[in-house]
Ligand binder design. Structure first.
Ligand code: AP5
Ligand code: MG
Ligand code: ZN
Length: 280
């Protein structure tokens, strides 16, 4: 009894809004967020060996070794709440992880549905990272200016303490994380572009707008079937009612298309961004 599973990937540099969007999307898509950074931080707070190992890499802004990360993700995807799929936030981060994910999903008769890429300029990324605050308990994400909690230092969701992440406080480590991102994660973007699964989104929009545009970008498009119908049905009476319906719906559709057109980044811009990354 193979069930349909949804595996959505959220890409983007540090601070681009993956965590923020994943948390909103999990309610809309009814599948949980799986954030590798959150999982490492959870292990760390529980004092596990994996947490201690991860910390040594995270503090330097480097990637935790693939063998450890892939095993942790596989373990998470096998949990009962992930049976219908997940939203992957921060994984895969290099080609080896992308291939490992494909192999993992293929074993279960599944595959990646879409890879959403949130694009944002480097100076904006720095602003977002340095102003970010995170709930110690439930990992909810806030920003001192763009998205502050209602009561300073207290999480809106669980009442936990809202703090600055250790790796956000060190500017040198933040800069290093961005360098590593552009070096190692850019080839993964091309990997999913080659598979025609990449959806490029303007991450500089507001939180709600990014969410709306993302939902439209990942939605399957059934429009073609509907467009063919009037050509087949020639009866005049039906033709006039069909016209009335489409005339009513047209402005709404146009408005959505307009927002998406603005926010989904043109391929040429994206290619320019990826060319900047150093090659090994
Ligand atoms: P991880 O926790 O994944 O951190 P990251 O990749 O550095 O990404 P961030 O969490 O910093 O950014 P985000 O895109 O989630 O942005 P957010 O939504 O918070 O990884 C940490 C470390 O773990 C890594 O350095 C590595 O060592 C290790 N690791 C993780 N995954 C790994 C893997 N696969 N392999 C190996 N190692 C791995 O938003 C940022 C801020 O902006 C927030 O304050 C938010 O409120 C605000 N904001 C968000 N969206 C908007 C918006 N639209 N407008 C205004 N403000 C916004
Ligand atoms: Mg995050
Ligand atoms: Zn909380």
């Amino acid at each position: 009894m193979a069930k349909k599973r949804t595996y959505l990937i959220l890409f983007g540099a540090q601070g681009s809004g993956k965590g923020t969007q994943a948390r909103l999307l999990q309610e809309k898509l009814s599948v949980p967020q799986v954030a590798t950074g959150d999982l490492f931080r959870m292990h760390l707070s529980q004092g596990t060996e994996l947490g201690k190992l991860a910390k040594s890499y995270m503090d330097r802004g480097e990637l935790v070794p693939d063998s450890v990360t892939v095993a942790m993700v596989q373990d998470r995807l096998l949990q009962p709440d992930a049976a219908k799929g997940v939203i992957l936030d921060g994984f895969p981060r290099n080609l080896a992880q992308a291939e490992a994910l494909d192999q993992m999903l293929a074993k279960w008769g599944a595959g990646v549905a879409a890879a959403v890429y949130l694009l944002l300029a480097r100076d904006e990324l720095m602003k977002r990272i340095t102003g970010r605050r995170t709930c110690k308990q439930c990992q909810a994400v806030y920003h001192v200016m763009f998205n502050p909690p209602q009561v300073e230092g207290v999480c809106d969701r669980c009442g936990g303490e809202v703090i600055q992440r250790a790796d956000d406080a060190d500017e040198a480590a933040v800069a290093r994380r961005l360098d590593i991102y552009f070096e190692q994660t850019t080839p993964v973007i091309e990997y999913y572009r080659g598979k025609r699964l990449l959806k490029e989104i303007d991450g500089s929009l507001g939180i709600e707008q990014v969410q709306a545009v993302t939902l439209v970008a990942i939605r399957p498009k059934p429009a073609r079937k509907a467009a063919r119908k009037p050509r087949v049905a020639k009866k005049p009476a039906k033709k006039s009612s069909a016209k009335r319906v489409s005339a009513k719906k047209a402005p709404a559709r146009k408005a959505v298309k307009k927002t998406v057109k603005k926010a989904v980044v043109k391929k040429s811009t994206a290619k320019r961004t990826t060319k900047k990354s150093p090659r090994k």
